[in-house]
Ligand binder design. Structure first.
Ligand code: SF4
Length: 110
């Protein structure tokens, strides 16, 4: 088990990110990130439905460094523990510095 960096695809839709793509297949509208910050394709209608009921729903693993416009967070392994400095060098250095203009990642709550 380890902490993970995550991004929120509903945010991509809300900001109408130009890096967001969409296509329709078998009556389902799928969205994804051109830059593959996350690699999964997401059912848009289900995502928006769930996000309206549970804000923050649908966080996905950030497989690449989030861009300045992404909504990103750290999903902690042990959310009940006091958030002190990270003691895992491999995790701390697994992504290069945040792009300019992007806030440092914060621990996800809830
Ligand atoms: S660049 Fe970030 S905000 Fe834009 S589609 Fe990709 S993950 Fe979403």
């Amino acid at each position: 088990m380890r902490c993970e960096r995550v991004v929120y695809p509903a945010h991509c839709v809300q900001i109408e990110c130009p890096r967001l793509y969409a296509h329709e297949q078998d009556g389902v509208r799928w969205i994804g990130c051109i830059d593959k910050v996350y690699s999964a394709e997401v059912d848009l209608d289900r995502l928006l439905e769930q996000d309206s009921q549970h804000p923050g729903f649908g966080a996905l693993l950030a497989e690449r460094v989030p861009r300045a416009e992404c909504k990103a967070a750290i999903d902690p392994t042990f959310p009940h523990r006091d958030a002190g400095p990270c003691t895992q060098p491999a995790f701390r250095t697994s992504f290069p510095e945040a792009p300019e203009g992007r806030e440092p990642l914060r621990t996800r709550r809830g």
